[in-house]
Design a protein around this ligand. Structure first.
Ligand code: AFP
Length: 365
């Protein structure tokens, strides 16, 4: 560009369309421009706040049994309307839709699959807090035996994503994106309507003194997570010999964004509160895309026991435990899980935190 700035369109053309590649990325930049258009439209709607007339409950529940806000539905429709017509998608999956959204017959079908959470952290809406949108793009595997089924086409490990990103609607609206060559941040220039590259090749510090977890669930955590958090809380007088800070914004987008900007760890771990101990967050449109962005920025993302990007989903709306962020902290937490599973953490585990603890409502499986 003449003014030396890189817009999202220029970035995508340079990165995807003008690079020799063994994997076809044809149409991916156009799809991401449509996703970015959804984000701009959502940003404009959110900026109106209570004046936009979209506050409050929609008095419906989504596939997870959660009450839907009016804005959950409005933002879902914005994504669908911006992306269904362009001939690039074979189907869409969203937190707010029970089943795969098939592309209407009026539009051509393409080779990409889009999974999204249109409004992450929607409990923050009514308090004018930070919210976001998360998206993941896969390419249909035409060689798969069941390639004709759009439902099963989505059930692929996160390392197969061809693009992932989120929008954060804070004081500024940003789009943070990876197409597999690092994680890059674009800031919306509202008066012009362009996303401009402002955070190129984001790197997460390997060490950190900040963690994020919903501490009200402490009694449901597994011992390795209790051990890690207790050691952080012990501060400089404990075995970590340093003081830690804690944050909780109730929006995964806001937590991940902070970690990308200055490091830290985010945890929504396996616990005894959630059904079948699967965790709270959804794999396809929350954990997978965020893990892709974190790894592309030099961080790590695990369930506690395995890399999130290697988890193959069995269901569209499957949940998964999530621990992600600064590499050395996540590696430490994985070691704690491993030691616990091998029974090798006894010197560290307080009797209050073991399987027989009165603090656990039921025996772990
Ligand atoms: P929504 O996508 O339904 O708004 O949920 C947000 C979220 O899944 C995630 O972004 C937060 O980390 C988490 O929920 C916050 O949940 P609690 O604060 O209720 O534990």
């Amino acid at each position: 560009m003449q003014d030396g700035r890189t817009t999202l369109s220029k970035f995508l053309i340079d990165t995807l369309d003008r690079q020799p590649s063994t994997v076809s990325t044809s149409g991916l930049s156009a799809l991401l421009v449509d996703v970015a258009a959804s984000i701009k439209t959502i940003s404009a709607a959110l900026t109106k706040g209570a004046l936009g007339g979209h506050y409050g409950s929609a008095h419906t529940v989504n596939t997870h049994g959660e009450e839907q806000k009016t804005l959950d539905i409005v933002t879902n429709d914005i994504f669908v309307q911006h992306c269904e017509w362009d001939g690039l998608l074979a189907g869409m999956v969203s937190e707010e839709m029970d089943d795969v959204y098939a592309i209407p017959a009026a539009y051509p079908r393409g080779d990409y699959l889009l999974a999204f959470d249109p409004l992450d952290g929607s409990s923050n809406i009514d308090i004018n807090g930070v919210v976001g949108s998360i998206f993941s793009v896969l390419r249909v595997n035409r060689d798969a035996p069941d390639a004709a089924s759009v439902d099963t086409a989505f059930l692929r490990a996160g390392h197969e994503q061809v693009a992932a990103g989120y929008a954060i609607y804070g004081p500024a609206t940003m789009l943070v994106l990876s197409v597999g060559n690092g994680t890059h941040g674009f800031t919306l220039e509202r008066d012009v309507g362009n996303f401009v590259l402002t955070h190129s090749d984001i790197r997460i510090p390997e060490d950190s003194g900040e963690f994020a977890i919903n501490a009200s669930n402490e009694r449901f955590w597994e011992p390795p997570v209790r051990r890690y958090v207790q050691e952080c809380k012990d501060g400089r007088s404990g075995c970590r010999a340093r003081d830690f800070n804690m944050r909780w914004i109730a929006s995964m987008v806001a937590e991940v964004h902070r970690i990308l900007m200055r490091g830290g760890v985010f945890m929504y771990p396996r616990d005894f509160k959630t059904p079948e101990m699967e965790g709270r967050l959804r794999l396809l449109y929350e954990a997978s895309p965020m893990s892709f962005l974190i790894e592309q920025a030099g961080g790590c993302a695990i369930t506690g026991r395995e890399r999130i990007l290697d988890v193959v989903p069995e269901r569209l709306h499957q949940r998964v435990p999530v621990i992600l962020g600064s590499k050395n902290e996540v590696v430490r937490i994985r070691r704690y899980h491993d030691e616990y599973d091998r029974g090798a953490d006894k010197p560290y585990t307080s009797p209050l935190f073991n399987e027989r603890s009165l603090f656990l409502p039921e025996a772990p499986v």
